[in-house]
Design a protein around this ligand. Structure first.
Ligand code: PBG
Length: 327
C-alpha cells in the first residue's frame, strides 16, 4: 500500500533492544528499593510464611544474613517489623517500646553490624504488639483512642531511635501522629531521625498475608482509621497534613491498585514519595506463577517499573534483594 503522506511511526523507536533501552523514560534502580523484613521473638529457625512463599520470619541470626545480602545487592534500605511472642502481647503493645523487645533488639543488632551502610527503618505501629491486634490503644468501649495512641507512638518512636533506627515509619493512620512523633524525637535529642509517613494508607484486602506474617491478633477491620478505597481527595489531604507536621517522606499504600494516587502525590509532593508493594500484591504474582499462569520474573519487574513510572521515588517490596541482584 502506498500512502500519499508521511506516516508518523512511533514503532521506529521500538525496533531493537538497544533502541528501546535508549528511549526508556523510566528505570528501576536497586538503590530505590527497600526490603521489608520480619524478625520474630522466641523462634529457633527462620519460619516460612505460607501465604508469602519465599518470605520468612527471621531469627536475629538469619536477619543479619538476609540484611547483608540485601545491602550487598545494593538495596537502598531495610524496613523492620517485629513479631513478639504471643504471651508478650498486651492491650497497649508494651513490647513495642520495650528496649529489649524483639524489634528494638533487632534494630540494635543491625546498627551494630551495618552502621551507616544502609538506611535502617522501623515500623512504628502497635498492631504487631497488641493482644487485640489494633494499631492503637482502645477506649473502654473498644474503639481506637486517637490521642492516647499518639502517646504510645511517641514512646515507640523514641525507643526505636534509641535502638538505632534512622527512619521511623508511622503506619497506624492516627491523626496528628507525625507531629506528635516529631516533637517526641526532637525533645529526646533525635533531631536527625526522619519519618517516612504512611500518609495515604488504605484499608485494604491486600494486607491479608501480612497479618499471617506478623501473627496478627486482629478480628474485625481497620476501617475507622485507614482510608476508604473510594477516596482520592482525602488522600491528598492526608499527605498535606503529614508534610505540614514534618514528614520527611510520604507513602502511598498499597501500590498497584492505587497508582493514580502515587501519580498525584508525586506531582504535588515537595518530599520523596514511597509506594509499598504489599503482601497481597506479592502473593498474587507468586500464586499465579506457581500455577504456571504468569511469567513470574517478567511480572515482578513490570509491576515495579510501573510503580516507578507512576512517580514513586522509593518502593518497598519483598522482592528487593532478588530484583536488585537481577538489575
Ligand atoms: C501495620 C502495617 C500493615 C502493613 C504494614 N504495616 C498491616 C495493616 O495495616 O493491617 C501491611 C504490609 C503488607 O501487607 O505487606 N503495622
Amino acid at each position: 500500500m502506498s500512502l500519499d503522506h508521511p506516516v508518523v511511526r512511533p514503532r521506529r523507536l521500538r525496533t531493537t533492544p538497544a533502541m528501546r533501552n535508549l528511549v526508556a523514560e523510566t528505570s528501576l534502580e536497586a538503590r530505590a528499593l527497600v526490603l521489608p523484613m520480619f524478625v520474630a521473638d522466641g523462634i529457633e529457625v527462620p519460619t516460612p510464611i505460607s501465604s508469602m512463599p519465599g518470605v520468612v520470619q527471621h531469627t536475629e541470626q538469619s536477619l543479619v544474613v538476609a540484611a547483608e545480602e540485601a545491602i550487598s545487592a545494593g538495596v537502598g534500605g531495610l524496613m523492620l517489623f517485629g513479631v513478639p511472642r504471643p504471651e508478650d502481647k498486651d492491650a497497649i503493645g508494651s513490647a513495642g517500646s520495650d528496649p529489649n523487645g524483639v524489634l528494638n533488639r533487632a534494630l540494635r543488632l543491625l546498627t551494630k553490624e551495618f552502621g551507616d551502610d544502609t538506611v535502617l527503618m522501623a515500623d512504628t505501629c502497635l498492631d504487631e504488639f497488641t493482644d487485640h491486634g489494633h494499631c492503637g490503644v482502645l477506649t473502654g468501649d473498644g474503639r481506637v483512642d486517637n490521642d492516647a495512641t499518639l502517646e504510645r507512638y511517641a514512646e515507640l518512636a523514641v525507643s526505636q531511635a534509641e535502638a538505632g533506627a534512622q527512619v521511623v515509619g508511622p503506619s497506624g493512620m492516627m491523626d496528628g501522629q507525625i507531629g506528635a512523633i516529631r516533637s517526641a524525637l526532637d525533645s529526646a535529642g533525635y533531631t536527625d531521625v526522619s519519618q517516612l509517613a504512611y500518609a495515604a494508607k488504605y484499608a485494604s484486602a491486600f494486607y491479608g498475608p501480612f497479618r499471617e506474617a506478623v501473627g496478627s491478633s486482629l478480628r474485625g477491620d481497620r476501617r475507622s482509621y485507614q482510608q476508604d478505597s473510594a477516596n482520592r481527595r482525602e488522600a491528598l489531604h492526608e499527605v498535606e497534613l503529614d508534610i505540614a507536621e514534618g514528614a520527611d517522606m510520604v507513602m502511598v499504600k498499597p501500590a498497584l491498585a492505587y497508582l493514580d494516587l502515587v501519580r498525584e502525590v508525586a506531582d504535588r509532593s515537595p518530599v520523596p514519595v514511597a509506594a509499598y508493594q504489599v503482601s497481597g500484591e506479592y502473593a498474587m504474582i507468586t500464586a499465579a506463577a506457581q500455577q504456571g499462569w504468569i511469567d513470574r520474573d517478567a511480572a515482578i519487574l513490570e509491576s515495579l517499573l510501573c510503580i516507578r513510572r507512576a512517580g514513586a521515588d522509593i518502593i518497598l517490596t519483598y522482592w528487593a534483594t532478588e530484583v536488585a541482584n537481577r538489575l
